[in-house]
Design a protein around this ligand. Structure first.
Ligand SMILES: [Zn+2]
Length: 302
């Protein structure tokens, strides 16, 4: 079993054919470890830019890659064919820090080779996800590679970060520190059709109230004081990609502003809702008037 740790650098560039931006891969770096976790080989190549001949200032600054590097690189199709040979048919798992590299790679294969899969990918681990679980870091706080390395006491002074090969080497150092064969197996994905459907799925917020994906039973507010079910007294409105309506607790005579948002993921619908006491604008005016001691306003209130 080989562990192949891969890292890509890319340049975000406008693509006329797609009429939109895409991340064009400009460098690929990788480290191959055997089952004893010894580094047996490394791979590094510049990819010749075909869409964005000029690098973004930010990419240049971050990576120190030059326009000459990318104009003299290997074209994508050739570079990937070489890389596939380097990966070889030996049993392997490919690992990347976060799954963005895989999504970018799929996008580039689609664009340059016209295929919607990665020919050398059979087993895959999102090492960031694995590392966060291993280090007990909540999914909500996504940890960067250098921050994770720092936490594990890895010295990376000699690495030039944001370069594909050095990032792969640092990732390999980190991988060795947190390697657990059984746990890794449970994070290994077989790259079949459902893997591609899932990884390329773009989560989207549902703003059509008639969508069958919406669970209408969740669109009810409970009173924050007595806990009973409130009655909706306004129409639903779409505000900031959420549905919002005013509810009334008949017992407490409290009005509540209820907001709910449904977000569709590949295999689930994520629901977020909140209730806050609703104060009508007219009431706010009265409160201010009472505080100021205006008799007339007090009368209106009675
Ligand atoms: Zn109540």
């Amino acid at each position: 079993m080989n562990y192949i740790i891969m890292d890509l650098e890319w340049n975000n560039t406008y693509c006329k054919k797609k009429k939109g931006f895409m991340n064009e891969i400009i460098e690929i770096g990788a480290v191959k470890l055997n089952s004893n976790l010894d580094i047996v080989d490394t791979y590094s190549v510049f990819i010749k830019a075909q869409l964005g001949k000029k690098l973004h200032a930010r990419v240049k600054e971050l990576t120190n890659i030059t326009n000459d590097d990318i104009s003299s690189g290997t074209p994508f199709s050739q570079a990937m064919s070489n890389f596939r040979k380097w990966v070889s048919h030996e049993e392997n798992v490919i690992l990347t820090w976060g799954d963005t590299d895989i999504r970018v790679l799929i996008e580039n294969f689609k664009y340059f080779n016209g295929i919607s899969f990665i020919p050398f990918l059979s087993n895959y681990v999102n090492l960031q996800k694995y590392a966060q679980a291993f280090m007990n870091i909540s999914k909500a706080d996504q940890i960067g590679l250098s921050a994770a390395a720092e936490k594990l006491g890895i010295n990376f002074d000699d690495y030039s970060l944001h370069r594909a090969l050095d990032d792969s080497k640092l990732t390999a150092d980190l991988f060795k520190k947190i390697f657990n064969e059984n746990m890794l197996k449970s994070y290994t994905l077989v790259c079949d059709n459902s893997f591609y459907s899932k990884i390329t799925f773009k989560p989207k917020v549902i703003t059509d109230i008639n969508s069958p994906l919406i669970d209408k039973t969740k669109m009810v507010s409970l009173c924050d004081v007595c806990g009973s079910t409130c009655e909706r007294i306004s129409d639903w409105r779409v505000i900031n990609q959420s549905f919002r309506a005013i509810f009334l607790c008949k017992k407490c005579k409290r009005k509540i502003r209820f907001t709910i948002r449904f977000k569709e993921y590949y295999d689930r619908i994520d629901i977020k809702s909140s209730s806050v006491p609703f104060i009508e604008k007219k009431e706010i005016k009265n409160v201010v008037a009472v505080e100021a001691g205006t008799n007339q306003q007090n009368k209106t209130e009675e």
